[in-house]
Every structure is written in C-alpha cells, then in structure tokens.
Design a protein around this ligand. Structure first.
Ligand code: ATP
Ligand code: MG
Length: 279
C-alpha cells in the first residue's frame, strides 16, 4: 500500500506552438507514514507532478497508482483515490469557494458521506489542527489574510480524513511561527500513518523533515535521495535556485572533517521551543 509514481511524463499543449515538456520520467513512492518532498526552482514541474497524485492531471506517459488503484481518466476508482489523497493547492484561491469557514471545512466530510451530526466535530477538530479558534467559523474565507486562507485551505482537506496529503507550497504566506507549527502538524500526521508529499521551495524544511527528496530541474528528475545524500550532492553540484541553507552546509562541512552532527535543526528541539518545554 502506497502511492507509486513510475516514469511519469507530462507535456502541456502537445503538438502546438505552446508545447511544454513539463515533466520527464519522474518516479517516486510514498508509503503510509512516509514523507517525500519535491524541490526545484520555478517552472521545474513540481505542481505538474503533484497534480497527478489525485487525478487533477491524468498520466500521458508512465503511471500513478494509489494503494494499487491506477490514476486514470476512466478509472472507476477515481472517487476513492480522491478521498484517499487530499490535495492542498498552491494558491488557496484555487481551492476556497464557500461563504463561511464552517461550510468550507464541512465540504469534504459531507462529500465523503460523514453524517451531519458528526460534521461540527470534524470541522472544529480540523480548525484546531491548523491552530485557529472557532471564532473563524462564521467568517468568509475570502476576507481573511493570506496566511489564514492558507490554514483554512489545509483544514478543509484534513477534515476529509485523507490517508495521504499532497501539499503544494503550503508554507507560502505563513509567518515563521506558523510555518514551524505547520511542520510540526505534518510530522504528527506522519507519525499517525499519513503519507505526505510536500512541494516546497523551502529546502530547510525538506531537509529537516523528509524521508526522501526529489529534485526537479526543467522537468527532469535530477536526484531522488535521502536528505543527507541531497546535502552532499548539492554541496558538490550546486543547482540554480537551490541553495543549501547555512546549517546543512555547515553540517556537511563538519562531516567531511569526521564530525557526526545533525543534518539540520531538530524538530523535537523545535517542538519543545514552541510548547515552552526547554527540558
Ligand atoms: N496549464 C498549463 N499550461 C501550459 N503550460 C503549463 C501549465 N502549467 C504549467 N505549465 C508549464 O509547465 C512547466 C512546469 O510548471 P509547474 O507549474 O509544474 O512548475 P513548478 O515547479 O510548480 O513552478 P513554481 O515553483 O513556479 O510553482 C512550466 O514551464 C510552466 O510554464
Ligand atoms: Mg508550482
């Protein structure tokens, strides 16, 4: 059981003057409780790859399967695939549609057949997961700040209780505290068995939190490796737009001198800092 992407390619507007080879031969696997991050500079194909995972785009070449179900246009399993794979869009405006925050977050569980009596509990629990209180429920999602919209978009996917979560740049627009809170939330979900695919420009988060990292460059998968291997690779072969943050660069340098040090900041230390537990 996992999400398996095999040799996936995608061309926008094939055979026209607008033809763009956005993705070439990408492969990855997300097991339950696994965290794969996809990094790469603007236009490298990250969103194109991510959108295949719950059938927002269908494979033209190669394949995607979710717990053994093929993601294909005519697949009878598409509804089940979309229930299993929650997708948080790159821009909250692509996702938000309801008149109130309550209705927004209630949509997914209602859509998947949760009984009306259970909906309020689902909604408040998803809202509290993203660190917002019930005062937001009657408000319009469109009259919120960028960071608040982002949180509502995430809550509105979590309320559907997906088994996998695909997030396209979820830290954009969040302040540094909310960004760290989001990493902790994702870590907790991962520990509870959720499989995660995180598209991010934030190499620090990818290095710190992922089990494996896929680097895309102009649609090509240049590397799929552990955070440690990615640090060593980027140290030796810098890529445009992917600068190794200071701490991982320093840790790589120390390791070349024979010192075993953590790769980057430790989320347990961070969690203690956030909860005020310095012990
Ligand atoms: N709907 C579309 N129609 C045509 N071309 C597209 C479409 N969406 C993306 N592209 C092109 O495909 C390539 C990959 O785009 P994609 O959005 O997947 O990149 P990305 O890595 O997510 O970029 P960013 O970091 O800016 O979000 C780019 O050259 C882009 O211009
Ligand atoms: Mg994108």
């Amino acid at each position: 059981m996992s999400i398996v992407v095999e040799r996936l390619s995608h061309t926008y507007h094939p055979g026209t003057p607008l033809e763009t080879h956005a993705l070439k031969d990408a492969s990855l696997e997300i097991p339950p409780g696994g965290w794969v991050s996809v990094v790469g500079h603007t236009g490298s194909g990250k969103s194109t790859l991510a959108q295949h995972l719950n059938g927002l785009i269908y494979p033209q070449k190669g394949s995607v399967s979710v717990d053994g179900m093929a993601v294909e246009e005519k697949s009878p399993d598409l509804r089940e695939i979309r229930r299993k794979v929650g997708f948080v869009f790159q821009y909250p405006e692509q996702q938000l549609f309801a008149e109130t925050v309550f209705e927004e977050i209630a949509f997914a569980p209602r859509n998947w057949g949760v009984s009306e009596g259970e909906i309020p509990a689902r909604v408040t629990s998803a809202l509290s997961l993203v660190g917002l209180d019930e005062g937001y429920l009657p408000r319009s999602p469109f009259h919120l700040s960028g960071g608040e919209k982002r949180k509502i978009a995430i809550a509105s996917v979590l309320s559907g209780a997906p088994g996998y979560l695909v997030l396209d740049e979820p830290t954009a627009g969040l302040d540094s505290f909310s960004r760290k809170e989001l990493v902790l939330l994702l870590k907790r979900l991962q520990q509870d068995g959720m499989g995660l695919l995180l598209v991010t420009h934030d190499l620090d988060i990818a290095l710190q939190a992922s089990d494996s990292i896929v680097i895309l460059e102009r649609g090509e998968q240049v590397l799929s490796a552990s955070p440690r291997e990615v640090i060593d690779h980027l140290q030796a072969h810098p890529l445009p737009g992917l600068f190794l943050p200071d701490i991982p660069a320093l840790s790589a340098l120390l390791r070349t001198c024979g010192r075993e040090v953590p790769l980057t900041w430790d989320w347990v230390i961070l969690k203690n800092a956030l909860t005020g537990d310095r012990g």
